[in-house]
Design a protein around this ligand. Structure first.
Ligand code: BMA
Length: 329
């Protein structure tokens, strides 16, 4: 039995595992929970992040508009399933006009640390890099310095300081549809200056785990468990029809998270449903958030589907940790 270290969340969205299910993650039967046209101006709403907030939930959503311009929007929900997303993008405040200039924003993550919610996203600054901001109420957002130089994507904060430092996973990249990608760990004393970078894990070169042979990137903020940090991530295979994005899981050392204890050879979820196979970018399942309930071990994963809509899937800490250990590379 594995245990989540964290808060209870009695109102976590949930459906029991269907009978005869063979995979460790199963889909919500009302998927997709957010349709492409959920706000007036959206072409697509996907790769988005949610957290418990007040008596319900809040989130930051990637809405590409009808010009296919990428930006992030706040949204709210009572049950984590039915969402009301603002019609206008987040407007950031901050100390430096240079940093507040918007080029594009996409693929947000959100995490509560100490006293507030932190948001990271892929922020256009002469190429993609990691934007960073905080909010207390999902109304006022204060933008901090970009964490890294371009080019980088998938910046994901840990939910607490580790060895007295803020900790972030990221995936250095290029300006385009990157053909490579390994996960690194970076540390900061103040959320502004990042260093002490450590290699965590890369693509798997062999045929044994081809689904993650082209690039990988961290998904939801890591989940603390008694086994270490449970990381759900995406892995990509380059095929004759283009990239295919699947989900995997790994367990990182509690105190030195750049050390990988286990990493699953088999994926945990892959594009299979119609809304994952068909959309603006076919064959993409891209996890960006996970809600957890420490009491029951339940995990609800939010993921982008075919770069078009948002899906919800379920697992438990036991199912995932067992799967990763039993199929460890
Ligand atoms: C990545 C990002 C993601 C997207 C994925 C698949 O490079 O743009 O937002 O989901 O490609 O298109």
């Amino acid at each position: 039995m594995s245990r989540i270290i964290g808060n209870d969340l009695p109102n976590i969205p949930w459906q029991d595992e269907p009978a005869g299910n063979r995979m460790p993650v199963w889909r919500y039967d009302g998927n997709p929970i957010i349709k492409r046209d959920a706000i007036k101006t959206s072409n697509s709403i996907f790769n988005s992040a949610v957290v418990p907030f007040g008596k319900g939930f809040a989130g930051v959503f990637r809405c590409d508009n009808l010009g296919v311009s990428m930006d992030i929007f706040a949204g709210f929900s009572d049950d984590g399933i039915n969402w009301k997303i603002n019609e206008t993008p987040i407007v950031f405040e901050g100390e430096d006009e240079e940093i507040l200039k918007r080029q594009y924003r996409y693929d947000p993550r959100v995490v509560f640390i100490e006293d507030r919610y932190y948001i990271t996203w892929c922020n256009g600054y002469h190429g993609p890099t990691i934007g960073l901001a905080y909010t207390f109420d999902f109304k006022k957002f204060v933008q901090l310095e970009n964490a890294f130089l371009p080019y980088n994507r998938n910046g994901v904060l840990f939910p607490k300081k580790i060895n007295g430092k803020w900790a972030m996973l990221s995936r250095p990249s290029d300006t385009g549809h990157t053909k490579f990608g390994d996960i690194f760990y970076s540390q900061s004393p103040d959320l502004e200056y990042w260093g002490h970078h450590r290699y965590v894990m890369g693509t798997y070169p062999g045929d044994a785990s081809a689904w993650q042979s082209t690039k990988i990137g961290p998904g939801p903020c890591p989940i603390e468990t008694d086994e270490g940090w449970l990381l759900i991530y995406h892995g990509v295979l380059n095929t004759c029809n283009g990239f295919v994005y699947r989900m995997g899981a790994a367990i990182l050392d509690k105190d030195q998270p750049w050390k990988v204890k286990y990493r699953s050879k088999f994926y945990i979820l892959a594009p299979d449903a119609d809304y994952e196979r068909n959309g603006d970018v076919p064959n993409v399942t891209f996890p960006c958030a996970a809600l957890t309930d420490a009491k029951t071990g339940r995990i609800a994963i939010y993921y982008g589907c075919a770069d078009t809509v948002t899906g919800l899937a379920f697992t438990t800490v036991d199912r995932l940790v067992d799967w990763v250990k039993e199929n460890s590379l």
